[in-house]
Ligand binder design. Structure first.
Ligand code: G3H
Length: 487
């Protein structure tokens, strides 16, 4: 509610993803701590968000689009003052390389500025009048109410802001649940929120999601759930809402995106795109290529080249020069990845690259696993880490069957230089996933393109243009055509 509150209750310590030497031992470094608010404070935040929204009559939802844009521009100005600190915290907290951390910050600023421009266009569109069958109407875009915004650790700044910013710009008020990892980096921005927006427009929730989010959902007072994370958690949260018809959900969820490398692929292109697609930020991206199908004729050459490229990736600390592979923030992840590897090896797959899977504390060297079969965990589970399963196949029916049977449908990448073959693959896949990439890796950007998914991968659409629509609803102001208002 526009106040920075001093907290004297229970806290959670936040540790780095990077291990450091302390008293002769390598440990995750304690970087700070965050409050564990209880449901009492969470409801105070909800009260503040509801009061600021006030059934659409509050200062923020009633503010002109121009006024809201001015507040947002002030926020960007104040946010930019914190650039270096936020980038450093991205490296320490979640292990992003300097290049990736810088990209995340700058991309977020660009995203906000582009969304402001998109809002100006939307506003122009909404002020026009439409006329049909003797009725004249203005179709406005109006907010939905209180938005609960929650995001993942892999883009703790960018992805939360891809829901929070458009939701706010449309006049909604926000409850912003801090991510579990990548949380301290929001602290330098709290003052910017406080100074740029009216009290109650943005309210932050720190603490254990399991304890504070369930009661908020059960209250039925959340109008929009904006969640980026796992399908299981999203479904659980939605079910808690007592009146599902009154809840809009904007979700970006599970995905195990396949690459399909056919005998007609350009090997160099396929290798370099699959490398970036599967291992940037250690494979911790919803859009990462998490299963690579390679047609049998080309498979040995692909595996050899790909594995050599993986061996060339430098592993180390986020701020070291040319480093590509960095420590993982989730403490249990290395053990989980080992479990997947052991399962694949026990069922006949090999780790192709030397040192693949070698683990030192939170650093895991990427492993190229081949040949992967349907019976293995790595064929089905979303590893979200530096393991690259490669599946040899005979007929193109095989990757198609994988996608048909999958519970998710975000993206696919097809590698082939044969135009007829590409064309024959696009049509079936475009009805199974939300983006088909031809001879290039899977990814969310450019951010002006719609970002969504089929099946369990998403609900609603995000992007610079789509998100403004996702966080608003159309309302008509209509009257009969008369001599005086005829266009
Ligand atoms: O983790 C999911 C993100 O939406 C991936 O975004 O493709 O830009 O890395 P990206």
């Amino acid at each position: 509610n526009g106040q920075l509150v001093t907290w004297s209750g229970e806290v959670t310590d936040i540790y780095s993803s990077v291990h450091v030497l302390e008293n002769g031992q390598t440990v995750r470094k304690r970087l700070g701590s965050i409050p564990n608010i209880t449901s009492k404070e969470a409801f105070e935040a909800l009260d503040a968000a509801e009061k600021a929204y006030n059934n659409g009559l509050g200062e923020w939802p009633q503010m002109s689009v121009e006024g809201r844009i001015k507040c947002m521009q002030k926020f960007v100005f104040l946010m930019l003052e914190q650039r270096d600190l936020v980038i450093r915290l991205l490296m320490w907290e979640i292990g992003k390389t300097l290049a990736d951390a810088t990209k995340e910050f700058d991309r977020t600023v660009d995203y906000i500025n582009d969304t402001i421009d998109a809002l100006k266009d939307l506003d122009r569109e909404s002020s026009r009048f439409q006329q049909a069958e003797g009725t004249i109407a203005q179709v406005r875009r109006v907010p939905l109410g209180v938005v609960l915004s929650m995001g993942p650790f892999n883009y703790p700044l960018n992805e939360i802001f891809t829901t929070l910013i458009p939701a706010l710009l449309m006049g909604n008020t926000i409850l912003f649940k801090m991510p579990k990892h990548g949380v301290l980096l929001h602290y330098p921005l709290l003052k910017a929120f406080q100074e740029a927006f009216p009290a109650g427009a943005v309210n932050t929730l720190y603490g254990k999601g399991a304890e504070i989010i369930a009661p908020l959902m059960e209250s039925g007072r959340i109008n929009v759930l904006a969640f980026i994370g796992s399908s299981k958690v999203a479904n659980g949260l939605k079910k808690l809402h007592p009146n599902i018809n009154r809840l809009r959900a904007i979700l970006s969820l599970d995905a195990k995106n396949a690459a399909i490398v056919t005998n007609n692929a350009n090997l160099d292109v396929a290798v370099s795109e699959c490398l970036a697609g599967s291992l940037s930020f250690n494979g911790q991206r919803c859009t990462a290529l998490k299963l690579i199908f390679v047609q049998k004729e080309i498979a040995p050459a692909f595996v050899e080249k790909f594995s050599a490229a993986v061996s060339n990736l430098k592993a180390g600390l986020p701020w070291e020069k040319d480093v590509k592979i960095t420590p993982l923030p989730e403490p249990n992840k290395p053990a989980y990845l080992q479990g997947c590897l052991q399962d694949a090896q026990a069922k006949g797959a090999n780790v192709i690259n030397p040192n693949g899977g070698y683990t030192n504390e939170s650093l895991v060297i990427p492993a190229v696993v081949y040949p992967v079969k349907e019976s293995m965990r790595l064929y089905h589970e979303e590893q979200f880490g530096p393991l690259v399963p490669i599946v040899p196949f005979d007929s193109l029916e095989e990757p198609l069957k994988y996608q048909i049977e999958a519970s998710h449908g975000m993206q696919v990448s097809i590698f082939s230089e044969n135009a007829e073959e590409v064309a024959s693959l696009i049509d079936p896949f475009v009805n199974l996933v939300s983006r088909v990439n031809i001879n290039c890796q899977a990814q969310r950007g450019p951010d002006v393109f719609p970002f969504t998914g089929r099946k369990d991968s998403a609900e609603g659409t995000l992007s610079v243009f789509d998100a403004l629509r996702s966080f608003s609803i159309r309302a008509l102001v209509a009257t009969k055509v008369t001599e005086s208002n005829k266009q």
